[in-house]
Design a protein around this ligand. Structure first.
Ligand code: NDP
Ligand code: TDO
Length: 297
């Protein structure tokens, strides 16, 4: 009998694309319009028709600033939709890996967060993601929630590609240098998820259930990430801008307040699943190489 697939939501998104590329035939990706959190009836239809071994929810509202104006749509994608997906998975006895964010934290701890720290989201995006985590874990006890951060890749829209493209067009760039976090390669996260999927498919254990931090190793500021990305782009013939200035948060005002220091301690993921993601700098060099290899805008 053919192996049951891993069902990945999030269509054309960054993480779903990495999971499809790295998981190959083992992965079936679904997205809008077929699978749409705004049309909750599509959730059960899709999961029931595919009957996967495991679901990975990589669909979400990720436009952090726009969420401040579009709270209800963000809530459907980040909270009520995932809750319904978890309910469907529970009914069909399918384990669920759900992806969440460092923005569930305020960023004022002054040290890397651990999973037992209280969540204190400061934005609509962070609040709806925090509520989504809770709802998923309540509806499907066989859920693993992975909080990741600052995800980048050579495909889709992300900060690394934004900075490389900005450096191609501008001689002077300004990037916030006083917000710290753990950049995460979408490909590295996808590999980690596929390893966890192997373990889950080998037989669910109740000790797997719950929250995990899952980011790239090491940390930096947004300015540090921009400098690293642009430095890699120079290796592909792009000109180094005259200045990449490190600015303060107040000099780059945004509708949604970003955490000042959302570094995540990922030791639980290593303890339970033996998974440690590579250093963020390795991923940046691979992502920038992929960006130039595909030459998509
Ligand atoms: N990007 C980042 O920096 C970070 C992301 N995360 C989390 O990681 C996960 C994956 O993010 P990433 O791949 O980067 O995000 P993307 O924005 O690249 O992809 C998200 C996908 O979700 C889909 N989607 C949005 N709204 C709905 C909806 N109502 N119903 C169904 N699908 C919907 C989008 O579909 P469509 O293509 O049709 O628009 C898109 O393909 C998310 O849970 C996110 O919160 C966590 C930390 C950092
Ligand atoms: C584009 C740009 C941003 N910035 C600042 C603004 C902000 O403080 C910080 C990050 O900018 P962005 O808006 O691109 O990133 P943002 O959308 O906040 O990224 C977040 O996305 C969601 C989905 C997550 O879950 C988070 O982990 C995180 O990755 O960098 C600059 O200083 N200069 C620039 O040119």
């Amino acid at each position: 009998m053919a192996q049951r697939p891993i069902l990945v939501t999030g269509g054309q998104g960054q993480l779903a694309t990495s999971l499809k590329t790295l998981g190959g035939d083992r992965v079936v990706v679904v997205g809008r319009p077929d699978f749409d959190f705004d049309r909750p009836e599509t959730i059960e239809q899709v999961v029931d028709s595919i009957r996967p071994a495991l679901v990975v929810n990589a669909a979400a509202w990720t436009a952090v600033d726009l969420a401040e104006q579009e709270e209800e749509a963000a809530r459907r994608a980040n909270e009520t939709g995932p809750a319904e997906l978890a309910r469907v998975c529970a009914g069909l006895d399918i384990p669920l890996i759900h992806v969440s964010t460092d923005y569930v934290y305020a960023g004022d701890k002054g040290a890397p967060y651990v999973e037992t720290d209280p969540v204190t989201p400061q934005t609509v995006y962070g609040r709806t993601k925090a509520e989504g985590e809770k709802a998923v874990l309540a509806a499907q006890p066989r859920s693993i929630v992975l909080r990741t951060a600052w995800v980048y890749s050579g495909h889709c829209r992300n900060f690394v590609r934004t900075m490389v493209n900005a450096a191609a067009k501008n001689t002077h760039l300004k990037v916030v240098g006083d917000q710290y976090g753990c950049p995460t390669s979408a490909d590295d996260l996808a590999r980690a998820i596929l390893t966890i999927a192997d373990r889950v498919e080998a037989g669910w254990q109740d000790s797997y259930a719950g929250l995990y931090h899952a980011t790239g190793s090491g940390d930096t500021s947004w300015h540090g990430l921009a400098v690293a990305a642009i430095g890699e782009a120079v290796k592909f013939g792009q000109k180094m801008p005259e200045e990449i200035a490190a600015i303060r948060t107040e000099d780059w005002p945004t509708p949604a307040k970003r955490p000042q220091d959302s570094r995540l301690d990922c030791s639980k993921l290593e303890r339970v699943f033996g998974v440690r993601l590579p250093d963020w700098r390795d991923g940046v060099s691979r992502a920038v190489a992929a960006h130039f290899a595909t030459k998509t805008p």
